[in-house]
Ligand binder design. Sequence first.
Ligand SMILES: [Zn+2]
Length: 467
Amino acid sequence: MRLSKLLFISFAVILPLVIYSPVTAQDGGQDQPYYIVQEGDSLWEIAARFGVTLEDLQQANNISDPGQVVIGARLIIPGLKGVNGQLNSITVAYGETLRSLSRRYDLSDTTLAQLNRIISSAELYAGVTLIIPTIENQNPVPTERANLTSGQSLLELAVLHGKDSWELALDNNLPGTWAGLPGDTLRVAGDSQGDAPAGLPESITKVEVDPLLMIQGGTTVVKVSAPPGMTMSGSLADRTLNFFPQDYGYVALQGIHAMTPPGLYPLTLAGELPDGERFAFSQNVLVKNADFPYDPSLEVNPVTIDPAVTEPESELWASLGVLVTPEKMWDGLFASPVPAEFKVCWTSLFGNRRSYNGGTYDYFHSGLDFCGQTGTELYASAPGKVVYIGELTVRGGVVVIDHGWGVYTAYDHLSKILVQPGDMVQPGQVIGLGGATGRTTGPHLHWEVWVGGVQVNPQDWLKRAYP
Ligand SMILES: [Zn+2]
């Protein structure tokens, strides 16, 4: 009895020290945080990254010439109180929170926030690079997640996972076993789930956002590994995501509009688990500037830029890409819509900012222009169903094909249309002949790809098999 009581007392004395001093005291400079110089680094950049002056960085490392820093050199980073070990960069995955990162890397969230100068959780967007101190030979603790449900105590959760409740509190930087909050996702030592989205329920084992750093005009794929029988919904910026069941879970495709101002936008995932539990998680993602070039102003027939004509046509055009067919009809890469001789002959790329007849740059090029002549055979790019044909003022003779899952292709300026709405088409099938109808300066094919109601860069679909 005496021994166990003694153990309990010593444990109670040590405990606050462990919790409130997650990093050990500095030891005569020996334990000062350091950074190993990587290829492409400059001393100036390193100083900026860690928020220190170049002079202080030079002084701390006895460097007289800032140009003479070699790859692999160990640089002491001055002025970082309460931090030691090697400072590394990590990329924040979608689903990570400041709390989950602090748990994974065994750091207080204050240290993490200070080290990375994070002021609000909104800045912890998916894809951001963070500085994480790691002690040599001490990798992130392999963990699995456990959700604390409403009315469940930490003790109950610990018993369920065959753990000790104090150990669980310690591992999760909680001041005591009473401090767990309902809905909190805790770290339980055990099987590794390194890429598990900590902010989401534990039955969602993985969320892949590809690309994590988005770009204007890009196509984003969101894959959620989760059990069947869920309802899955979400949104990216102001667009609703359409999820479709897959053997691993659910997938959604969404285009990023070419005119989206670069910046942070929320990616929200929500739904209901098979047991009826509801969840919602939101984290910002970054949309980068694609730096689309500005084309010289184009001279066109004034009728084709009259809002009385262009607006109704634009409304019609936008309405054609809205309907989401649940059946995916394509598989693999999209095929080029033109004969081999014109395959890489492009007269204008997607996204270019445009002005007509000396006006303002309110337009962008919504497709990829292929060379060709009037009469050149044009092909369907992928299996699908023809949903629209017509003669329009701006776009000329057009064919629109639905490929399912909210993905469409459109073919403009045709001189002859060889399909009817309702026709099922295959890649390589001739759907019409090239021309110069509508708003154009000469014969060419303007080819568009739509994803989730947004025109995207068609070249992506020629290079990569989606999803
Ligand atoms: Zn075009």
